[in-house]
Design a protein around this ligand. Structure first.
Ligand code: 5RP
Length: 224
C-alpha cells in the first residue's frame, strides 16, 4: 500500500470516533484532508466542525460542513488530526503543516484527541522530524538563539521556492529545530513554552493523543 492509501485507511477508521450531533474538531494536513473527505459522507450526523487552519476551514466549507468559531463552542467531543511523529504513549510532534498553534488550541478544548497517521510516524524517541516552533516575527532572532542553547539546529521556515519567511495563519513565523533527541517531551515542551516570544511549540506531550490509529500494511492498528 502507498503512504496515501495508509492515510486514507486511518481516515476511514476515524469515522468510528465521530460523535453524533456534536461539533467535531478537525486538524490540518494530508491525513486530515482524507478525514474531511470521509466526514463529508456523514455530514448529516454532526452539527459541524471547528477547523485548525484556514485551509481546513475552506475544505470543510467546500463539502458543505458548517465551520464554527471556537469562541462560540464551549467544548468539543473529539479532535481528529495527524502527526509528524508519535510515540506509543501518545506524545507527538506536529506542525509540519504549519498549523500547530491552532491545532493545540482546538485540542485543548477537546475531550478526546484521536491521532490518525501512517505507520512511519511511530517512533521510540522523537526528534528526527525537525520540531516546529511558532514565534512572533520580532522575536525570531532572540528565540532562535534560545533554541540553539537547547542543543538543536534551529532554522527559519521559508515560503517554498523563495528566501522569504513563511507566515502562518496567525501572522507568526516558524523555526524548525533539527537534531534533537527528545527523551523527556513534557519537560522540553514546558521549557520551550517559557521562551519569551514563542507562540506555541509543536510538541504535544502535556496533552497528547488519547487514541492513535496507525495505518500499516497489516491494517489499521489502534494504540490507546
Ligand atoms: C499540521 C500537522 C499535521 O498533522 C502533520 O504535519 C502531519 O501531516 P500529514 O498528515 O500531511 O502527514 O501537524 O500542522
Amino acid at each position: 500500500m502507498t503512504q496515501d492509501e495508509l492515510k486514507q485507511a486511518v481516515a476511514r477508521s476515524a469515522i468510528d470516533y465521530v460523535v453524533a450531533n456534536e461539533i467535531i474538531g478537525v486538524g490540518t494536513g494530508s491525513t486530515a484532508n482524507f478525514f474531511i473527505d470521509e466526514l463529508a459522507k456523514i455530514k448529516h450526523t454532526i452539527k459541524g466542525a471547528v477547523a485548525s487552519s484556514e485551509a481546513t476551514a475552506a475544505r470543510l466549507r467546500g463539502h458543505g460542513i458548517e465551520v464554527f468559531d471556537l469562541n462560540d463552542v464551549p467544548e468539543i467531543a473529539v479532535y481528529i488530526d495527524g502527526a509528524d511523529e508519535i510515540t506509543d504513549t501518545g506524545a507527538m510532534i506536529k506542525g509540519g503543516g504549519a498549523a500547530l498553534t491552532r491545532e493545540k488550541i482546538v485540542a485543548s478544548v477537546s475531550k478526546r484527541f484521536v491521532c490518525i497517521a501512517d505507520g512511519s510516524k511511530l517512533v521510540e524517541v522523537m526528534g528526527k522530524f525537525p520540531l516546529p516552533v511558532e514565534v512572533l516575527p520580532m522575536a525570531r532572532a532572540s528565540v532562535t538563539r534560545e533554541l540553539a542553547r537547547i542543543g538543536g539546529t534551529p532554522k527559519l521556515r521559508l515560503k517554498p521556492g523563495t528566501d522569504e519567511a513563511f507566515i502562518t495563519d496567525n501572522g507568526g513565523m516558524l523555526i524548525d529545530v533539527a537534531g534533537l533527541s527528545i527523551t523527556d517531551p513534557v519537560a522540553l515542551e514546558q521549557r520551550i513554552n517559557q521562551i519569551v516570544g514563542v507562540i506555541a511549540v509543536g510538541l504535544f506531550a502535556a496533552r497528547g493523543a488519547n487514541v492513535c490509529l496507525l495505518g500499516t500494511a497489516d491494517g489499521v492498528k489502534t494504540l490507546t
